[in-house]
Design a protein around this ligand. Structure first.
Ligand code: MGD
Ligand code: SF4
Length: 745
């Protein structure tokens, strides 16, 4: 499909195209007017250095506030190689996190009044004393390991320190088994390196960008969107593989509307074409890779004709796109994606992506993947952590290549059973809304029911707070110090977060909470400072700068030390794999009993009357955390259900009509969602943006708006290699009548 065709489609009135282009236009180059506006604001208001926490990209920014203690504007830091001086719409809307009047205002403790469970307000001392008592009790009764931490983002690192000092490494975050885990395993097996965040994709200089289910533009990871916009301006070929006509697809030269769950077949056929037509990088493969002959034999029969029957992508399109990649090579990127836990064979799909990159010679090449720099911040001195008797590795032991804690496995350990060697009895949740981020509601509810004690640290009364025994209100990122941000990128840099304002209400920073609990547990030596400012001050001095300087500049760049960005012609390069080479064929996988080369496995398809539930991101929102943010809610207040016109005709649906969903396990959505009839989705799937359908009434803007996709995800396909929870194998039927008509929600 050509770019021209898309323009034609948009002329037919596919409304989404307007959003599609605007998502990219939200960035772009700094204009003269922009510079003037920035100067004007800079002259009038107090400027504080920060980095954004609306998503986890962590763009460095300036927060401008007035004398009355109001945040006036947040602007990207021009010196930041991690955001090029521009924030995405969510980052600008960070003001709303501070201003949201629904914020948690004071500690809360669960209590029973007239037989009804409710929360009562408490002082910090009372709440922290109670938490410390529970910490002590769990340690005495079961061992510190039985107190688990589920965390995400900046508060997570402060709590992680507390938990390790206390003796528990029963720690996990959704950013692994619900997000990037499989791609890290797949790329690590092949190149001996995690992809990591930020991805070292050299999009700026690429000649061909291949996005497989990766929707940059709706997924607003800042530098990637800006670089992709530049790549488009520079006439790079964009190939998008997506069952949905995504924003990225609308910017592509080739959109391959693949049948869901068949990507591995397409990639095997691409490998076949590259090898069969002698288009792969022979010199690179000979020099750096091992296992080529096995790969060649493996893909011999995976012709484009074979893949056509599986993927519904025409053989000519498969050949044409493979040739386009080879034409651009080595300046080509098969993007590893980000949220990649789809069908349970996700590490193998990531392996296929890694192998394609190897065949095209793009790893370590300009316009492909650059070698990222490590930049580490010195650790503030503290006593050694005690050695726990068991930890997250034991909990995930059945997944041989798990490299971080697996949230769902931690929750399973909370459910009592005779042979549970690693019982989890209490849980702290910090900066993650687990009821929306972890699938399998039944498991979660069973686990929550069984736990002796749950404490939640959050800024908002999110759904997860409803399960807590104690709720602690954290102040927002604009009101606190946090750890130093270090970003590898092409040019490594650090950024600081300094409070722009005093904490609103009775909220406190995460570092303070960790220290208070630690001191109550007699762990004061681990928190040997009065204020986290002292920690940063010490670390910055070790890095050759100071807090005073960083407050003025916000971001500091460092020279690369690890060597050049790309492979150097004529020089040897050792990969960190067992063989020291790129491993096309993985002996490690073989020895563990897994396929040493990726194999296509057929996944279940929706039964009659059901559609595959596909989900993704909106450029205005991050997961579930922004749904109530006044600024961002104003831009988009609910999600819609994308339905193909053919399906709409069969069921009799119209755009704007409210419907409910019921999945294959008879789970019915709590709320309704408005239909959007569009050619942009295949007839076998429906699509919605993740993160809506909040059911805490205290979120006055977000409550009851749209459907929570996670609620519909009860079938979870676990990746046997690293434990990722595949969530795209769920099927829904569309109900036009309210299934809760006679029940109260
Ligand atoms: P959110 O749902 O945004 O993301 O999962 P989460 O990290 O759980 O929840 C973030 C929580 O942090 C919110 O409760 C918010 O109020 C709170 N919060 C925000 N700022 C702060 C702060 O400064 N301090 C504290 N203490 N709390 C704060 C993300 C995870 O979800 C990821 S990374 C991915 S890739 C997966 N995506 C995904 C999906 O697309 N669909 C489905 N169904 N599930 C998914 N799960 C995964
Ligand atoms: Fe903030 Fe956007 Fe950057 Fe994420 S990408 S850190 S939301 S500005």
């Amino acid at each position: 499909t050509s770019r021209r065709k898309f323009i034609k489609i948009s002329a037919l009135g596919l409304g989404g195209i307007a959003t599609a282009s605007s998502a990219f236009q939200m960035f772009g180059t700094n204009s003269y007017l922009d510079t003037i506006a920035k100067q004007d604001i800079a002259n009038k208001f107090k400027r504080s250095a920060t980095y954004c926490e609306v998503c986890f990209w962590k763009c460095a920014a300036w927060a401008f506030s007035d004398e009355e203690g109001k945040i006036k504007k947040i602007i990207g830091n021009d010196e930041d190689p991690h955001c090029y001086g521009r924030l995405c719409p969510r980052g600008t809307g960070g003001v709303g996190m501070y201003a949201d009047e629904d914020r948690l205002k004071t500690p809360l403790i669960r209590t029973t009044v007239d037989g009804e469970e409710t929360f009562r307000e408490a002082s910090w001392d009372e709440a922290l004393d109670l938490i410390a008592t529970k910490f002590k009790h769990i340690k005495d009764a079961y061992g510190a390991e039985s107190f688990a931490l589920l965390k995400h983002g900046s508060p997570g690192s402060h709590l992680e320190h507390l938990f390790k000092a206390y003796g528990s490494e029963t720690i996990a975050e959704p950013a692994y088994a619900q997000c990037r885990g499989p791609r890290e395993a797949g790329f690590n097996l092949t190149f001996g390196s995690w992809v990591g965040s930020p991805e070292p994709t050299d999009i700026r200089d690429t000649k061909c960008l291949v996005l497989i289910g990766s929707h940059i533009g709706e997924n607003m990871h800042n530098t990637q969107v800006q670089e992709m916009s530049d790549a488009i301006d520079n006439n790079a070929t964009i190939i998008t593989v997506d069952p949905r006509f995504s924003t990225a697809a609308s910017k592509s030269n080739h959109w391959l509307a693949i049948k869901p769950a068949t990507d591995i077949a397409l990639m095997l056929a691409w490998m076949h074409v590259l090898i069969e037509e002698d288009l792969y990088d022979k010199e690179y493969i000979a020099k750096y890779a091992t296992g080529f002959n096995e790969l060649k034999d493996h893909v011999l029969n995976f012709t484009p004709e074979w893949a056509y029957g599986i993927t519904t992508i025409k053989p000519e399109a498969i050949r044409k796109t493979a040739r386009a990649m080879a034409h651009a090579a080595p300046s080509v990127i098969i993007h590893p994606g980000r949220h990649v836990t789809w069908y349970g064979d996700d590490t193998q799909r990531a392996r296929a992506m890694a192998i394609l990159n190897a065949l095209l010679g793009s790893w370590g090449r300009r316009g492909g993947f650059y070698f990222k720099e490590k930049i580490s911040v010195p650790k503030f001195p503290h006593p050694k952590y005690p050695q726990p008797k068991w930890d997250w590795t034991d909990i995930g032991e059945q997944y041989p290549l798990a490299e971080m804690g697996i949230t769902t496995e931690v929750m399973k350990r909370a459910i009592p059973s005779k042979d549970n060697k690693y019982p989890v009895k209490a849980l702290m949740v910090a900066g993650t809304n687990i009821t929306k981020s972890i699938p399998n509601k039944k498991l979660l509810e069973q686990a929550m029911d069984a736990l002796d004690f749950i404490v939640v640290l959050d800024t908002m009364p999110m759904d997860v707070t409803g399960y807590a025994d104690v709720v602690l209100p954290e102040c927002t990122y604009l009101e606190r110090y946090d750890g130093i941000r270090s970003s590898p990128n092409r040019e490594p840099s650090i950024a600081v977060r300094v409070p722009a304002l005093k904490p609103k209400y009775d909220s406190k920073p995460g570092w303070w909470v960790a220290k208070q609990i630690g001191e109550r547990l007699g762990l004061g030596d681990y928190f040997n400072y009065n204020d986290f400012e002292e920690v940063i001050e010490w670390q910055l001095s070790k890095m050759g700068t100071s807090l005073e300087e960083m407050k003025k500049i916000g971001v500091k760049k460092f020279p690369r030390k690890s060597g050049p960005l790309y492979l150097v012609e004529g020089e040897k390069h050792e990969f960190s794999t067992p063989s020291g080479k790129i491993e096309l064929y993985s002996k490690e996988l073989k020895s563990l009993g897994f396929d040493p080369l990726p194999v296509f496995t057929k996944h279940p398809e929706p039964p009659q009357g059901f559609y595959r539930l596909n989900y993704g991101r909106s450029p205005m929102h991050t997961f579930s955390r922004t749904a109530n943010n006044p600024n961002l809610n104003d831009l988009k207040s609910e999600n819609n259900l994308w339905v193909n016109p053919k399906v709409a005709r069969i069921i009799g649906l119209k755009t704007g009509q409210s419907v409910w969903l019921r999945n294959q396990d008879k789970i019915t959505s709590t709320f309704s969602i408005k239909v959007r009839v569009t050619e942009r989705i295949r007839w076998d799937s429906v699509y919605m943006v993740h993160g809506f359908g909040h059911n805490n009434k205290k979120l006055t803007r977000a409550f009851g708006k749209g459907i929570n996709d996670t609620e519909m995800i009860s079938n979870v396909a676990i990746d046997p290699i690293m434990g990722g929870t595949g969530m795209r194998g769920n099927f829904v039927e569309i109900l036009t009548e309210d299934p809760h008509k006679n029940t109260e929600i």
